[in-house]
Ligand binder design. Structure first.
Ligand code: TXA
Ligand code: MG
Length: 332
């Protein structure tokens, strides 16, 4: 889907005036502001309910603009940018002077990416600068993959929602710390570890949960309202039916091996066999089960290869301890 030229112009005008624009990307919808406007950037944190120490991604229009935003780019970072941009890869590099500390949570590094979406690229071109954007959801909840998700969750808090249709990838970008010649994965995402390794020619470690100050690394992130419980794939049906009998409104993520099996629970999502389709649908499935009134979601982890690594990461976080159990921090 391509947005109308008048919508692109309007969105660029909102950014220039210091407003917030929800914009489509290939991964998820972002909540965008002029990256060089500290007041507009501060509003993002306010609308999301996100602590100001959690850094944002600066979206730029092309790899050739990289040096306008960062300094000291190692050769490996340049290689990754050339190979994967536009695309779902975010590079963390040394902050250039154009980037205000408000956007980086006070850090001397900045996360940068070129989104692979015609509407996002048209907006970046019309606007002319960088657009800093986190996912367009409230802190801790599920990322939006349609314009309707954004409207439902943020409503009037956004000045303009640019509708570019449903997101193709469906999970967020892969974040790579590229400040050193040997990069490392901070968050698995749309570009697979295998793809990165094929370009780099050496293996990359799977991220552990305790390395960096990435809010996606709070165990509680990417969570729907319903509690998510992960079980072994072969136990999904039995556990779901048991929980339903015990009085829960259960939503189940039915693995492809159970396709078509009758399950007596409140709601059923048939998990797609292809990891690309699963990633594309994941956040929509979680939202759907919330909407259907489920209080418990039973799911299992896919094999952690290719996009399965990012899907498993998001499911684990959805199943993690909730921020609502921390006094003073509201999840929704
Ligand atoms: O696909 C995506 O990455 C989407 C779309 C909108 O581009 N954006 C997104 O943004 O997921 P957000 O803010 O929800 O997640 C960005 C992650 C955060 O976990 C943040 O901590 C991390 O990037 N990050 C940003 N700057 C960083 C930095 N300088 N060092 C380490 N991590 C950083
Ligand atoms: Mg997010």
């Amino acid at each position: 889907m391509t947005a109308r030229t008048s919508d692109i112009e309007k969105a660029a005008g909102v950014l220039r005036a210091g407003g917030l624009v929800a914009l489509p990307t290939e991964t998820v919808y972002g909540l965008g502001a002029n990256a060089e406007d500290p007041i507009a950037v501060a509003r993002i944190f306010q609308v999301k309910g996100r602590p100001p120490s959690h850094p944002l991604i600066v979206h730029i229009g092309g790899a050739e603009q990289l040096d306008d935003w960062v300094e000291d780019v190692p050769a490996t970072a340049r290689l990754l940018a050339e190979r994967f941009w536009p695309g779902p890869l975010t590079l963390v590099l040394r902050r250039g002077r154009r980037v205000p500390l408000e956007a980086t949570g006070g850090s001397e590094t900045v996360a940068v990416r070129v989104p692979d979406h015609p509407v996002a690229l048209a907006l970046l071109s019309a606007f002319g600068g960088g657009v800093t954007a986190p996912s367009a959801n409230r802190f801790g909840s599920v990322s939006p993959t349609t314009a309707d998700h954004v409207r439902a969750e943020l409503g009037d808090a956004v000045d303009f929602v640019l509708d570019g249709g449903p997101c193709e990838v469906g999970v967020e970008s892969t974040i790579v710390d590229a400040t050193a010649e040997i990069p490392s994965i901070l968050r698995p995402g749309g570009v697979t570890r295998e793809d990165l390794q094929a370009v780099l020619g050496f293996p990359l470690a799977v991220p552990t949960s305790s390395r960096v100050r990435v809010p996606g690394q709070h165990p509680s992130h990417y969570a729907p309202r319903a509690r998510v419980v992960l079980v072994e794939p072969e136990k999904v049906v039995a556990e779901a039916e048991l929980a339903q009998e015990l009085g829960h409104q259960v939503g189940v993520f039915l693995p492809p091996s159970f396709a078509g099996a009758p399950v007596t629970v409140h709601a059923v999502v048939a998990v797609p066999g292809s990891m690309a389709a699963y990633a594309r649908g994941l956040y929509g499935f979680l939202r759907e089960l919330d909407q259907q009134g489920c209080d418990l979601i039973i799911a299992s982890l896919p094999t952690e290869e290719g996009l399965g690594l990012a899907i498993a990461n998001r499911l684990r976080r959805a199943a993690g301890p909730r921020p609502s159990s921390v006094p003073g921090l509201q999840q929704h």
